[in-house]
Design a protein around this ligand. Structure first.
Ligand code: C2E
Ligand code: MG
Ligand code: MG
Length: 751
């Protein structure tokens, strides 16, 4: 291709020529310009707005080593080395902007932005060379020459190989290339802004991170770029404020966080760009920390959750789960610190325990028991100041700690009184009561455990004094505690040494007028004095000694009464059995082994149990009684009518006889009064197929009244008190005489 092949010709008219689209304006305005262009020592390229090469001269072909046909239509960037590829674009833009500004491209060229740029060119063979590129802009088509009409702008780029220049510095080039490679390989988005506030450079990462189209940046419309950026931020004002603050202080550095509306988070660093200590611009770098922030937020949230959970756990650790009151640990802590920080102020401990709570639990069930405890907790709280501590120590035991109280006794009285109002639980009215022990810090120092022990001793004293009351600790009360321990130790000794004796009380049959049964009752003579069973039986049950005592009574009874039992198979021996015995091991097997070893028919045995053994729906207990009944033994329900007796519950229980408690019998005075409760009890028991024995019959009037109600058997001092085996015979005779007289028998039917 020669120079003559294109200048004057209309572009693209000759299909054999490369369409070297030289604007007609130029060819028209400059005669012989083709020669001019071709003879230029500089490579000349006409580049369109989209970067496409429209025309080249021979020098360009030579300089880059491409044929004209390869160059025209290609993107000019292929002729520029990496790191310099945007140089022409920028130059083009600046030239064009100059034209916009004053409509005079020549004027724009005086601007530093339009000055020739240093770049590295790339030859076809890949070799690079240093060059200087000067450009000028011209417009083609119709309309104003600023390019606002239908015309389009093109740039003539004059490329001069400057490799020969002595100042050419390979190391500078290398540094540039390194810098460029570094900038492009970093994960941070980098933006360099000149001191005048114009964008001087960005790396690709910056454009990607902000989603800024390269074309937008190429327009040089920094305001549009800024609007694009601000539109993505949650707080654009903060962004602008920071930018303005930094322009007011060019040497300042800064670091802040940008929150995006789409949830991303960037870190923004800014530092001045300096050339020889002179600030020439500012470098902004942006780092996408969204993932790190999300992870951090998650950790922060998890930590907060953990903290909340641990606070909750801590609170729970000091709370009683049922009543919401403080628990034992919190109470102990508070008491310890109250004693440690005491400055002469009063410290009072009120220890209390519900009376007979076990029965509520046993009879009405655990749910009702729980409701009762909750209600009691509520009432206790209402009796004290908010600053006082009310704690549940466990079971039905509560404790109150009063600090600097002037009236601990009044509080104690209020607490006892608080249960006077009945408690309604699941439609049942209950009248609970409590026993309270009060102990206070006195002149002499007392530690926490001693104070609690004193309150405990006082509480036991209140129970022993009849329950439903409070008592203040007195040193004498310690004696009661010592006595209790002493009682248990003595009983242990008595059991081990065979000192538990058995007395027998006759039970007469109203129908036959004879003694048909004898009840065995345990006796303990200690230091010459009889210890009442109501003292030592509870101690024996507490310590478990009742198992040995019960077995001993049964064995002795069977042994000592065998001759009497053998005389008449309708006679029987009754023994008292505690719930503790029934729950302990295979009670039925033990009983049957004893009767067998003594040669006593189990059908001549009656086991007296109290209703409480049935309260817990203990299958084991029921099973034991059923086994014994199956072997012929009978079961009597002792002390019926006390506690929470209910006739309705009798049905279905493995019971043969009802023993009406002496408290009912004692209601009979003259024998002429109306006592429908006794009528009902006896009538109901008979209706259920049970026989009835009345306990504690002391007068003839009582016996007469009960016989009229068809009570089957009678037991009491009227006939005989309990007797040792040695004097049993006369007692049996007296009892037989007494019942015969009551029946009006002429001849006593028993010996
Ligand atoms: P319990 O089984 O109801 O025995 C009857 C109690 O009433 C006996 O008291 C007896 O002495 C007393 N008593 C009999 N007739 C009269 C009377 O006319 N008037 C009055 N006021 N009382 C009368 P004791 O012997 O003091 O026994 C008390 C309780 O101790 C017994 O009541 C029984 O529950 C228990 N107990 C006695 N021995 C044993 C035993 O070996 N094992 C068990 N588990 N408990 C026993
Ligand atoms: Mg009894
Ligand atoms: Mg009884």
């Amino acid at each position: 291709m020669t120079a003559s092949s294109y200048p004057e010709e209309a572009p693209g008219t000759d299909p054999n020529t490369v369409p070297n689209t030289v604007p007609q304006e130029i060819s028209a305005a400059v005669p012989g310009y083709g020669d001019l262009v071709e003879s230029s020592p500089d490579a000349l390229l006409v580049v369109a707005e989209d970067g496409t090469i429209k025309m080249v001269n021979t020098a360009a072909e030579r300089m880059f080593g491409y044929a004209r046909g390869e160059l025209v239509g290609s993107d000019h960037r292929m002729l520029l080395a990496e790191g310099f590829r945007n140089g022409l674009e920028r130059l083009f833009f600046n030239l064009r902007r100059g034209a916009h500004t004053d409509g005079d491209a020549a004027a724009a060229e005086t601007d530093t932005d339009t000055a020739p740029v240093e770049a590295y060119g790339v030859r076809r063979d890949g070799t690079e060379f240093q060059a200087e590129v000067a450009g000028s802009i011209f417009f083609t088509g119709t309309g104003p020459r600023d390019g606002t009409g239908n015309g389009s702008a093109s740039m003539i780029a004059a490329v001069r190989d400057t490799s020969h220049r002595p100042e050419n510095d390979d190391s500078l080039r290398e540094a540039m290339s390194l810098l460029s490679a570094t900038l492009e390989s970093t994960a941070d988005g980098i933006l360099v802004v000149s001191s005048e506030g114009e964008i001087a450079g960005v790396n690709n990462q910056f454009l990607t991170m902000w989603g800024i189209p390269r074309e937008m940046l190429a327009t040089g419309d920094d305001e549009a770029v800024m609007a694009f950026v601000l539109d993505q931020l949650r707080d654009p004002a903060q962004f602008v404020e920071k930018v303005e603050a930094l322009y007011a202080d060019p040497a300042a550095e800064s670091h802040d966080i940008l929150e995006f509306r789409d949830g991303r988070t960037f870190e923004r660093y800014s530092r001045p760009q300096k050339v020889a200590e002179q600030v020439v611009g500012r470098v902004w770098s942006f780092r996408d920390v969204t993932a790190a922030k999300v992870a951090q937020d998650r950790i922060t949230r998890a930590m907060a959750d953990l903290a909340a959970q641990s606070a909750q756990l801590k609170a729970l650790a000091f709370r009683d789960g049922l009543t919401g009151l403080s628990n034992r640990q919190l109470f102990n802590d508070r008491l310890a610190s109250a004693l440690a920080d005491r400055h002469g102020g009063a410290v009072d401990v009120l220890l209390l325990d519900l009376d007979d709570f076990k029965e509520v639990n046993d009879i009405l069930g655990h749910h009702a028991g729980d409701q009762m405890l909750i209600e009691v907790g509520r009432r206790l709280r209402a009796c004290v100041r908010p600053s006082d501590i009310v704690a549940r120590l466990g079971g039905d035991e509560f404790v109150v700690l009063l600090l600097d109280s002037l009236e601990p006794e009044a509080v104690a009285a209020r607490i006892v009184d608080s249960l006077r109002v009945p408690v309604w639980i699941d439609g049942t009215m209950l009248r609970p009561s409590l026993s309270l022990g009060l102990a206070s810090i006195g002149e002499s120092a007392v530690d926490a455990s001693e104070l609690l022990r004193r309150a405990d001793v006082a509480m036991y004293a209140a129970k022993a004094a009849g329950k439903n009351r409070y008592m203040r600790f007195k040193p004498e009360m310690m004696k009661a505690l010592v006595d209790r321990n002493d009682l248990e130790a003595g009983l242990r000794h008595a059991v081990d040494n065979g000192q538990i004796a058995v007395h027998y009380q006759p039970i007469v049959s109203a129908g036959s007028g004879t003694v048909t049964k004898v009840e065995a009752l345990a006796r303990w003579v200690r230091d010459g004095a009889l210890v009442p069973p109501k003292h030592f039986i509870p101690a024996a049950e507490r310590s478990g000694l009742i198992v040995e005592i019960g077995t001993e009574v049964l064995l002795r009874g069977c042994t000592e009464l065998k001759p009497w039992l053998d005389e008449d198979s309708s006679r029987s021996l009754a023994v008292n059995v505690s719930g503790v015995q029934l729950q302990h091991g295979d009670f039925a097997e033990l009983v049957l082994a004893v009767t067998e070893s003594c040669g006593v028919d189990p059908r001549q045995l009656v086991l007296e149990v109290t209703e409480s053994v049935f309260f817990e729906d203990d299958c084991h207990v029921i099973q034991q009684l059923m086994t014994l009944r199956a072997a012929g033994a009978r079961v009597a329900l002792d002390d019926f009518g006390t506690g929470f007796s209910s006739l309705g519950r009798l049905q279905g229980l493995p019971v043969d006889t009802l023993k009406i408690d002496q408290s009912f019998v004692s209601m009979i005075n003259s024998g002429t009064e109306q006592l429908p409760i006794l009528n009902a009890m006896i009538g109901m028991a008979h209706g259920l197929g049970l026989t009835v024995t009345a306990e504690g019959v002391e007068t003839a009037a009582q016996a007469g009244y009960l016989m009229k109600l068809h009570c089957d058997s009678l037991q009491g001092f009227l006939f005989s008190g309990p007797q040792p085996e040695a004097t049993l015979q006369p007692a049996l005779d007296r009892a037989a005489l007494a019942i015969a007289a009551l029946r009006g028998d002429r001849v006593p039917g028993n010996r």
